[in-house]
Design a binder for this molecule. Structure first.
Ligand SMILES: Cc1ncc(COP(=O)(O)O)c(C=O)c1O
Length: 380
């Protein structure tokens, strides 16, 4: 119920944008170029089809059931999410196979997950026997069953069991618990994504995958078959996707190709921009109204689409300050589109995408859940 209300409210609030040119919107505005996004989706689907590996796109990047649907229509087996709330939104929006590619804790959140699991189509990762026990209790209370993957740390040092011994011990523990069904493993080689040197990235991802495959071997020898081996991201999709033991790739950023990933992976184009207005102009300094409360600046600075040679000096809350050169034709009151440094921390700031085809807004797609909160799903 809550999700449909949000969807209707957002569509209503932004309806006046429909039919307008992408450069004439009230700013800051988040723009999704649907033609480009569709091409990115088709490209990734085609490349993984050649590698004979499934795609389970990470939707924390876009938080949009509409985009997830396009990805599934292009052949994705399902989607990943980073949070339970994102997963519930995806399930209730009709995505049939959803993996929370992360650990979830806290009584209320586990309760919400367990209740949602009554309808099936959900899976989550575990890396700790205590978490497994808590989840099993929540599932028992809700009368539901949940598929789980053991998360394996393959070099990133974030989540994941630290050894094959711990993986087997966790698998044995899961086997003693009611309402949990072990399906395989997840290993995310996030520490390789940031590696700019392709040869080093290949070597690092190869080492990470060796670690993952060795844990899979130990689990299978101990009697726990791993039908699912879920791994990879945009920076490694073609390396990890080529490994015969990996069954699915979790890439997500390819759909937008923000500045950060665009520098690392060729063959995809930028589909996400933020439109700003020049609100201050003094000599060679211009300031747009899309500061860090409007655009994700993690890892690399955003750039202007039309003036890529102009450097951003800094992003304050509501100010994007650029030192411009002679190429820049912007004057006070003009609008400009910026490519976000990092897309996942950009979309989270907005209610909706202005969906553009041939430079004109054709639809409004809500971003749900906007922010990290439960948006009412706790009581739903
Ligand atoms: C577990 C997991 N899988 C996959 C991804 C997707 O990576 P990308 O956005 O680079 O495609 C992430 C990103 O943080 C992640 O945390």
């Amino acid at each position: 119920m809550m999700i449909e209300q949000i969807r209707a409210q957002v569509r209503q609030a932004y309806r006046s944008a429909i039919g307008r040119h992408r450069r004439s919107l009230a700013t800051p505005a988040l723009i999704l170029d649907l033609d480009v996004a569709r091409r990115n989706i088709q490209t990734m689907a085609a490349r993984l089809a050649v590698l004979k590996t499934s795609l389970r796109p990470h939707t924390k990047v876009q938080k949009s059931p509409e985009l997830a649907r396009l990805q599934v229509e292009a052949g994705a087996v399902g989607v990943c999410t980073a949070t339970v709330w994102e997963a519930i939104v995806m399930r209730r929006s009709g995505i049939e196979d959803v993996l929370v590619a992360n650990m979830a804790g806290g009584r209320e959140k586990l309760r919400a997950l367990a209740r949602e699991a009554r309808k099936g189509g959900l899976m989550i990762t575990l890396d700790d026997p205590r978490n497994a026990t808590d989840l099993s209790a929540a599932l028992r209370e809700a009368g539901s069953t949940l598929d789980v993957l053991i998360d394996v740390d393959i070099g990133m040092g974030r989540g994941g069991v630290r050894s094959s011994g711990s993986a087997v011990a966790l698998a044995r523990h899961i086997a003693t618990l009611p309402n949990l069904r072990l399906r395989g493993v997840q290993g995310y080689e996030g520490h390789c994504m940031l590696e700019p040197d392709r040869a080093v990235r290949v070597a690092k991802a190869g080492a990470a995958l060796d670690g993952l495959v060795s844990v899979v071997g130990e689990l299978e020898r101990a009697g726990f078959p791993c039908g699912v081996v879920s791994s990879g991201g945009t920076g490694t999709y073609d390396i990890t996707g080529a490994h015969p033991r990996v069954t699915e790739i979790q890439a997500g950023s390819y759909v937008f190709m923000d500045k950060f990933h665009g520098n690392l992976v060729p063959g995809f184009s930028q589909a996400l921009t933020v439109l700003g207005t020049v609100v201050i102009e003094h000599g060679r300094t211009i300031v747009l109204d899309c500061g860090r409360k409007s655009i994700g600046i993690d890892f690399v600075a955003p750039t202007m689409v039309d003036y890529p040679s102009c450097q951003a000096r800094y992003f304050a809350e509501e100010h994007a300050l650029f030192d411009v050169d002679d190429s820049c034709k912007l004057a006070l009151g003009d609008t400009a589109e910026l490519v976000p440094g990092y897309a996942p921390t950009t979309v989270n700031l907005y209610d909706a995408y202005h969906v553009v085809e041939k430079d004109v807004v054709v639809d409004i797609w809500p971003i749900i859940p906007r922010g990290p909160g439960h948006i009412g799903l706790l009581d739903d």
